[in-house]
Each structure stands twice: as structure tokens, then as C-alpha cells.
Design a protein around this ligand. Structure first.
Ligand code: S3P
Length: 450
């Protein structure tokens, strides 16, 4: 997707002093997508405060509009959605453009699986490489038809049919796959059940309840969950307050932790216990990180995260924690590059099928910045030394927003700075990243800007 941001083209992050200040990060991406989808399927009005206005989420908004939902921004902070009702989507007259967003793609494939028409999906070159079999398999079992020239990748067409409920055990720990099946189950008569051996982010379940639906979640002694939903319940429009995205807050937390003398507070960050692994890990690495003012806001736990700069030490990150911080590994790799000693991060095979192969792309860029590491099939071992990495490289972002932001953070604390070849990718999840960082004391700008 093209972007009109100020970050079009190469962006350089120069070495800078400590960061100071209090900030808010943009709204949570996962909750924003789900607000638009469930609001668009509900009867009545849904008011959303703090929606993330990143390109990924705007793709979901446009797709839901195409299918009949009325979605409008009514003030700087507020969006209003008038939904069509479960089972009443209209046939889209255009291809649904999903841009860079795996979440939009996989959740919306579930939404249209039971609708009596063809829905055509396309995305950018990153999305066209990502595996869709993980959602095509359960949707096909339910009765939908998925057609793709490449077998299981985008672009593809979902032909909706009357669906049958299934019981589906997730072969990969993925909230996107879980949500796809549950969303397909919304208009399916009978009980759709998803079994997840390892619990993933539970925003879909929590938000379905918030829209007035009944959903059963049973957690077994070994932590596995059985989630059951009786289809054809009506959803009722609801008010939603979107908390700050912990995955965006992660960049600020790492930046403050690796820049000595920093003192940054990130206010109103979502702290869903299935999303907070990075903050726990930074604490174990010796970061001075405190979570203050913990409270409940709109059904989600939120808090203010205060991070001060200091010394980090290498640790072994428990692989079972990966699900609760899967999007945060690129920036954790950066933190590890500034830690004393080795940080071992394993159990990350899913990182190879994100917006880019995040293990390979991060390993290449870190090496180019002078970081010593070992690349594993399922992770990375980063050998931090007493001296910070030199930087000085130009890194290819491979259409991956989190790669871009991770290397700009590295540049801030390196000797020579770091350039990323395409800053526009940051618009997918974190509009205003460079301005926000510069207001705290960073020195990030377009490369060779006049
Ligand atoms: C998301 C789930 C995760 C995450 C993605 C958002 C969601 O993907 O990486 O950024 O909103 O459900 P997987 O479910 O593929 O792990």
C-alpha cells in the first residue's frame, strides 16, 4: 500500500541522548480491527474511542463499509459504526484490499465464509507471501470454498455457503486462526468450538461478550482452552475504549531502557495478561521498569509503564512466553544487542511467517550493525557486549513496520546511527512514530531531507 506519510523513503535514526517525558501510544491494533468487524456486524450503534488509524485498520474499515456497514470518524478521537446485523452482509462490488494486514485478511475471511457470495481478497507483496492454509483448512471444513491460483496464498476468493459448526483444535498457536473460526461461527447454526492448546490473545472472546453474546471459555489445568460459541446470536452495538497498544509501547520501553539517563512514562497501555510478556522479560533483563496506575478501562486492564535507562543483562527467555510477546521479538532482539552477555530466544518459528521472515531480516540487519549473534531455525541467540553496537548500516525493512521501528531504536543508542530504506511502512501500525520519538529526545528524520 502506498503512503502519504512524511516518512516516505529512507529514514535515519541518529545517536541521541536520554529520552524524557510522558506519552500515549496509538490504539491497540488487535482491538481496533475487532471493533470495526464486530461493530459492523452488530445491530445498532457502536462508538469507538481511540481507534488506531493505521493503514492495517483502515483496510478493515473500508472492507466492512464495502459490505454495508456505516463507519465514520466523527471527531478527532471518536468513530461511530452502524452495523448491518449478523448474516446481513452485502456482496462487495470491489476486491477487498487488505494491504499489509494479516489480521484483517484472516479475520475477514472468517466473516464472509458464510455469506452467500464471492469475496475477492488481495494485499501487498508481503501479504501475498503469507500462509493462508491455516485459515482455509477450518473454513473449508465448515463448508466455505477458497480458491487461489497459488494454492493457499493471496490473492484469493472466498465463496460463502451455509456453514456447519466444527470443533477445531488449533495446529498453530494463533489468535488470528482462532478468531477466524469464531467469526465464521457467528452465523453458523449450532456450536462452533475452538480448542487452543496454548492460550493466545483473547480479545475476540472478550469483545463478543461486550457486544452481548454468550461465549463459553473453559481453561483446563494444563492451561489449554476450549472456546464454544452458539451461532446466530444477535450482537448489540456497544461503546469501546481502545487502550494504547502494548506492541507499540514496546518500542518506547526498549528505547528508554537502552539509553542511559532516560525516564519515560507511557500512559494508558493495554496490559492484557496474554500480551504483556515483553515487559516481564525486560524486567528480568534488569531494566528499571514499573507498571503504575493499573486499572480497568472498557473491559481491558490498562496501566502506565515507566522505564528508566540503565544496564541490561542477557537472559534465557522461556520459549513458552513467546505467544504473549510474539510481535515484540524484533525490538527485544535490539534490547539484547545492548545487554551484557548472551540472550537466548527460542520457540519463535512463527516469526518466520510474519510481515517478513523476522528472524532472518533482523539477523541480517543486526549483523550489519556489528551485533554478534547466532541464527537458529526457531530463534536467535544475541551476544551482547560491554560496548554498544556501532550501527552505520542501511537496513531493508521488507515491508515490515516492526523491522523499521526496531532498527530506528537501535540507531538511537548506536555510535553511527541506522538508516531504514522505507519509513512509510511504519504507518501500518504506528502513525506518528518519528514525531513522538523526536519529542522525547530522539533524532530521527528523512535521510538527506532538504
Ligand atoms: C493478532 C495475532 C497475532 C499477531 C498479530 C495480531 C491478532 O498473529 O502477531 O499482529 O490481532 O489476532 P497470530 O495469530 O498469527 O500469531
Amino acid at each position: 500500500m502506498t503512503s502519504a506519510s512524511n516518512n516516505t523513503g529512507a529514514v535515519t535514526s541518529n545517536s541521541c541522548g536520554p529520552l524524557q517525558g510522558r506519552v500515549h501510544v496509538p490504539g491497540d491494533k488487535s482491538i481496533s480491527h475487532r471493533s470495526l468487524i464486530l461493530g459492523g456486524l452488530a445491530i445498532g450503534q457502536t462508538r469507538v474511542t481511540g481507534l488506531l488509524e493505521g493503514e492495517d485498520v483502515l483496510c478493515t474499515a473500508e472492507a466492512m463499509r464495502q459490505m454495508g456497514a456505516n463507519i465514520e470518524k466523527v471527531s478527532p478521537e471518536n468513530w461511530v459504526i452502524n452495523g448491518v446485523g449478523v448474516g446481513a452482509l452485502q456482496e462487495p462490488t470491489k476486491v477487498l484490499e487488505m494491504g499489509n494486514s494479516g489480521t484483517a485478511a484472516r479475520l475477514l475471511m472468517g466473516v464472509v465464509a458464510g455469506a452467500p457470495f464471492n469475496t475477492y481478497f488481495a494485499g501487498d507483496t508481503s501479504l501475498h507471501k503469507r500462509p493462508m492454509k491455516r485459515v482455509a483448512t477450518p473454513l473449508t471444513k465448515m463448508g466455505a470454498t477458497i480458491t487461489s491460483r497459488s494454492g493457499d496464498r493471496f490473492p484469493l476468493c472466498v465463496t460463502g455457503h451455509d456453514l456447519m459448526p466444527i470443533t477445531y483444535e488449533l495446529p498453530v498457536a494463533s489468535a488470528q486462526v482462532k478468531s477466524c473460526v469464531l467469526l465464521a461461527g457467528l452465523d453458523t447454526p449450532g456450536i462452533t468450538t475452538v480448542i487452543e492448546p496454548k492460550p493466545t490473545r483473547d480479545h475476540t472472546e472478550n469483545m463478543l461478550r461486550h457486544f452481548g453474546a454468550e461465549i463459553s471459555v473453559v481453561t483446563a489445568a494444563d492451561g489449554s482452552r476450549v472456546i464454544s460459541y452458539e451461532g446466530q446470536q444477535e450482537l448489540t452495538g456497544a461503546d469501546i475504549i481502545v487502550p494504547g497498544d502494548p506492541s507499540s509501547a514496546a518500542f518506547l520501553a526498549v528505547a528508554a531502557a537502552i539509553l542511559p539517563g532516560s525516564d519515560v512514562t507511557i500512559e494508558n497501555v493495554g496490559l492484557n495478561p496474554l500480551r504483556d510478556g515483553l515487559f516481564e522479560t525486560l524486567g528480568e533483563m534488569g531494566a528499571d521498569i514499573k507498571i503504575e496506575n493499573i486499572r480497568n478501562s472498557g473491559g481491558e486492564q490498562v496501566g502506565d509503564i515507566r522505564v528508566k535507562g540503565g544496564l541490561l543483562k542477557g537472559i534465557e527467555v522461556p520459549p513458552e512466553r513467546a505467544i504473549s510477546m510474539i510481535d515484540e521479538y524484533p525490538v527485544l532482539f535490539v534490547a539484547a544487542a545492548f545487554a551484557h552477555g548472551s540472550t537466548v530466544m527460542k520457540g519463535l518459528e512463527e516469526l518466520r511467517v510474519k510481515e517478513s521472515d523476522r528472524i532472518a531480516v533482523m539477523a541480517a540487519g543486526l549483523k550489519a550493525c556489528g551485533v554478534q549473534l547466532e541464527e537458529l531455525e526457531d530463534g536467535l541467540i544475541v551476544h551482547g557486549r560491554a560496548v554498544p553496537p556501532k550501527g552505520g548500516a542501511t537496513v531493508s525493512t521488507e515491508l515490515d513496520h516492526r523491522i523499521a521501528m526496531s532498527f530506528l531504536i537501535l540507531g538511537m543508542a548506536s555510535e553511527k546511527g541506522v538508516t531504514v530504506d522505507d519509513g512509510s511502512v511504519m504507518e501500518t501500525s504506528f502513525p506518528g512514530f518519528t514525531t513522538l520519538m523526536n519529542n522525547l529526545g530522539a533524532n530521527i528524520g528523512r535521510t538527506n531531507a532538504p
